[in-house]
Design a protein. Structure first.
Length: 489
């Protein structure tokens, strides 16, 4: 009499990619109760209630997309459904979303004590992947609420948009207090950023067990530089499109902001700093210089798949407007070199679904100044990095480290990031030989276009498992939303 099966599922014949190995091994993967339970060369099919043939495909840990925006341009509950479907089709199993009060998102000011439960209520039952939030303290009241957010909701990561306060989301603005929905007597400025850092230092001191994962992320651009250069570039008719937008938000604005933020971190002893979406050589050089200047600060450096795949000459032009801007090809290649030199800690999508009718001005669709900022791309994150990284000699294991392991460690996701016994059974099967041309019509996103359109990528996601459940297979998102909120403290 054979013994009853002890595993819920066996995924056989997988070329397993792990972040800390130097090679790929052909293995079977046993899953029980949503966790990886056994990983071995040959697991008998009788041991599993269900057997899935991995067909010798590459098996990556589920991707942790550590920089997304849900609900910025359409209602959060609707956006969560469609954009997490897009995440699933791209092999993303964990979505970390930046959110704030003010215009866009819920279009509300006030306290996070009132705001964040509403965010969670709109999220519940609508995500196809696991999810959590990073929060931006915009007002003095929000700084006071940081301990509450950590202790009650497990929010361990916070954000500063350095250019807000003096420059708009899409361009020139002198109405930023109204946009941020903060009291007219308050200032969202360097002093405010300093006080956020001091509060995080206090929080770390009172929660020593979380000192490695309480962190501050910064969008680094200086408003004064953006204001001055935008006025200059708008009057220079020789520059149009993405060339103009890059010149209006020049790389040295990123570099200067990085230096200011880093010195403030040093001054306040704010230990864990994440420098987001570094887009240029000057930004990356400034970040590396600050790491040398302040070795006691635990810096992390992020780049996006958009800044690695697109440049100012992309034929999709205005559709690729984003902050910080898409840059010239020399910057793109410098970022890739930083990736290969292990100077980049993780790669993300910065996904912000912005439908076509909102993205561009109907009467003047090529006018970069009238276009909205941001675009989606979580569905192309793994394939984009795989395709372009492979051409440059990036190892599959290095990809797993940057797309899964590193962000999961920084953001206190102890059950994510590796294919190892005891971890959540988040798994992506990818065909390294299948090429496809990016076509927005095939995406689950509601965006309706993509700046990546027409690019040929090699490396196609075939199947995505979330905690052992197959949520995407051969072009179809399966089942109902089963993503869980991840409380990270």
């Amino acid at each position: 009499m054979s013994e009853p099966p002890i595993l819920d599922k066996i995924v056989k014949n997988v070329r397993v990619v792990r972040p800390h190995e130097n090679a790929i091994a052909l293995l079977d993967i046993g899953i029980k109760d949503g966790k990886f339970a056994q990983i071995a060369p040959h697991i008998s099919a009788d041991q599993g209630k269900e057997v899935f043939d991995g067909k010798n495909l590459l098996g990556f840990p589920g991707v942790v997309d550590a920089h997304m925006h849900i609900g910025i341009y359409q209602p959060l509950d609707q956006d969560a459904v469609t954009e997490s479907k897009a995440a699933a089709m791209g092999g993303v199993t964990t979505s970390l979303n930046y959110i704030r009060t003010g215009k866009y998102y819920l279009n509300k000011g006030g306290s996070y004590q009132d705001f964040f439960p509403e965010v969670l209520a709109l999220s519940q039952g609508n995500f196809f992947v696991d999810y959590s939030y990073h929060i931006a303290p915009l007002s003095n009241q929000h700084i006071d609420e940081i301990p509450m957010l950590f202790e009650e909701y497990g929010i361990s990561s916070f954000k500063i948009f350095m250019f807000y306060g003096g420059y708009g989301l899409h361009g020139l603005s002198d109405q930023q207090n109204l946009f941020l929905m903060i009291n007219k007597t308050e200032r969202y400025d360097f002093a405010h950023f300093e006080f956020i850092m001091r509060e995080l230092t206090k929080l770390s001191a009172s929660h020593p067990e979380a000192q490695a994962t309480i962190s501050l992320s910064l969008h680094c651009e200086v408003a004064e530089i953006l204001n001055a250069y935008t006025k200059i570039v708008e009057n220079d008719l020789s520059l149009t499109g993405l060339h103009a937008y890059s010149a209006a938000r020049p790389p040295h604005s990123e570099g200067l902001a990085i230096c200011i933020a880093s010195y403030l971190a040093h001054e306040t002893n704010c230990a864990n700093i994440n420098l987001l979406h570094l887009s240029s050589r000057k930004a990356m050089e400034a970040a590396l210089t600050m790491q040398t200047a302040f070795p006691h600060i635990n810096f992390r450096r992020e780049v996006t798949v958009g800044h690695l795949l697109l440049d100012v000459d992309t034929p999709n032009g205005t559709l690729a407007k984003v902050n910080p801007p898409i840059r010239p090809r020399a910057d793109v290649e410098y970022l890739w070199q930083a990736v290969l030199n292990n100077q980049v800690d993780w790669i993300v999508s910065d996904h912000a679904c912005c439908a076509a009718e909102q993205k561009v001005n109907a009467k003047d669709p090529h006018n970069i100044w009238l276009a909205k900022s941001g675009f989606g791309g979580t569905e192309y994150l793994l394939s984009g990095v795989f395709s372009e990284g492979s051409k440059r000699g990036m190892s599959y294991n290095h990809m797993a480290k940057l797309l899964s392991w590193n962000p999961s460690r920084r953001f206190s996701l102890s059950q994510k990031g590796d294919i190892a016994v005891g971890f959540d059974a988040d798994l992506v099967l990818l065909d390294p030989n299948e090429s496809f041309v990016v076509n927005a019509a095939e995406s689950e996103s509601q965006q309706g276009y993509t700046p990546f359109a027409g690019m040929e990528l090699t490396g196609k996601v075939k199947s995505t498992f979330l905690r052992g459940n197959l949520i995407y297979h051969n072009g179809q998102v399966l089942g109902l939303p089963s993503g869980r909120y991840l409380k990270r403290s």
